[in-house]
Write a protein that binds this ligand. Structure first.
Ligand SMILES: *Cc1c(COP(=O)(O)O)cnc(C)c1O
Length: 370
């Protein structure tokens, strides 16, 4: 008889449902037999990588037969200088996703609880389930994190709390005093992970500077990525800032070469490309405003977003609208799995991409009849 390999898997893994990424452009091209597809499904930078990162990538190709620097010396030095933190406070990851998982793998056992908000980024649930720990999901308030509800949900078993700021897929964010008070109330042995994947896009002056809290509250870990505003999603590089003692623990569980050489080179160069970041942020702000205004004209409510995406209520189960948009060559993201069955998440694209999406959306909605 054939072995039931699923039964051999650990308890946590048996309950896992793999992360569902946005549909790749090539897949839709094959299905529809068309080119010219617009993908606004994975919060990628529509301008791509900046010129400095591209140049650095070109320069490093001759060295890909060598292992990368396993300690990421160059990138850590650049980050330390830019952020004003010691190098020992930094942990690099294969995307910040890697860092989020390292934290859970290093600190969380099946006896622990991991706390996060309803509608929060899917990776928190996946990482928690993978180690067989208990997920505690605090109810959201107007789609965003309700820090009061989260504080009440902390128990003696809580080991890690995730706060996505801004959150994906809602785009909601929390301000400085609310998050600061929440952090101060947490027991010192509960790790507060603030996921700042979209921080560069946030315009709110009250956005917290959590890396400055780490001295006073060493249970704070701040994760960041080069995938979003820096346009390097395909290279997989992110990092966290933490107390050096926390970083020392994370360093024990990471793979020796978890960040590849082109990623290290491009990320260091991207950090220096302030013009590209500025241009990306400005394009995003204008696009977000345009999309929001168009939704309002169409009578569709969207969740106010501080990120490079916006989730819109299409007033019906969104999967039919999603399917209709695919037929028009436009890929967005259905987010029913986040408890938002009537919403679609749309990444802010180039002007012409936003326009293509909006026209397609109008056609699909009028075809379906409102
Ligand atoms: C995209 C995203 C990340 C990280 O992505 P990486 O590519 O793994 O760095 C982390 N958190 C949130 C909330 C995200 O949306």
């Amino acid at each position: 008889m054939r072995c039931d390999f699923l039964q051999l898997a650990t308890r946590g893994v048996r309950g896992l449902h793999p992360y569902e990424p946005g549909k790749p452009i090539e897949e839709l091209e094959r299905e529809l037999g068309i080119s010219d597809i617009v993908k606004l499904a994975s919060n990628e930078n529509p301008l791509g990588a900046g010129p400095k990162a591209r140049a650095a990538l070109g320069r490093c190709l001759g060295d890909v037969s060598r292992y990368p620097d396993g300690n990421g010396h160059g990138l850590k030095a650049a980050l330390a200088e830019r952020l004003g933190v010691p190098r020992e406070a930094l942990t690099l990851g294969n995307g910040s996703n890697d860092v989020l998982e390292l934290i859970v793998r290093a600190f969380v056992t099946p006896e622990h609880e991991v706390l996060y908000s309803q509608h929060a980024f899917a990776v928190y649930a996946l990482a928690t389930q993978a180690v067989g720990a208990r997920a505690v999901v605090a109810p959201a308030h107007e789609w965003g994190h309700d820090l009061e509800a989260m504080a009440k949900a902390v128990s003696e078993r809580t080991r890690v709390v995730f706060v996505a700021n801004p959150n994906n897929p809602t785009g909601t964010w929390v301000g400085s005093s609310a998050l600061g008070e929440f952090a101060a109330r947490l027991p010192r042995d509960v790790l507060l992970v603030v996921d700042e994947a979209y921080r560069e896009y946030v315009a709110d002056q009250d956005y917290p500077h959590c890396t400055t809290w780490i001295d006073a509250m060493p249970n704070t870990i701040v994760t960041r990525t080069f995938s979003k505003v820096h346009g390097l999603a395909g290279l997989r590089v992110g990092y966290c800032v933490s107390d050096p003692a926390v970083a020392e623990v994370l360093n024990r569980v990471r793979q020796p070469f978890n960040v590849n050489a082109p990623a290290l080179a491009a990320a260091s160069a991207a950090l220096d490309d302030e013009a590209h970041v500025r241009e990306s942020v400005a394009l995003n702000a204008a696009g977000l405003e345009k999309l929001s205004a168009a939704f309002a004209r169409m009578g569709l409510a969207c969740i106010p977003s501080a990120g490079n995406f916006v989730s819109v209520d299409v007033g019906r189960p969104a999967d039919t609208v999603y399917g209709g948009l695919l037929g028009e060559g436009v890929i967005v993201r259905p987010i029913a799995s986040y408890g938002l069955p009537n919403h679609l998440r749309v990444t802010v694209g180039l002007d012409e991409e936003n326009e293509r999406f909006l026209c397609a959306l109008e056609r699909v909605l009028s075809r379906l009849g409102s």
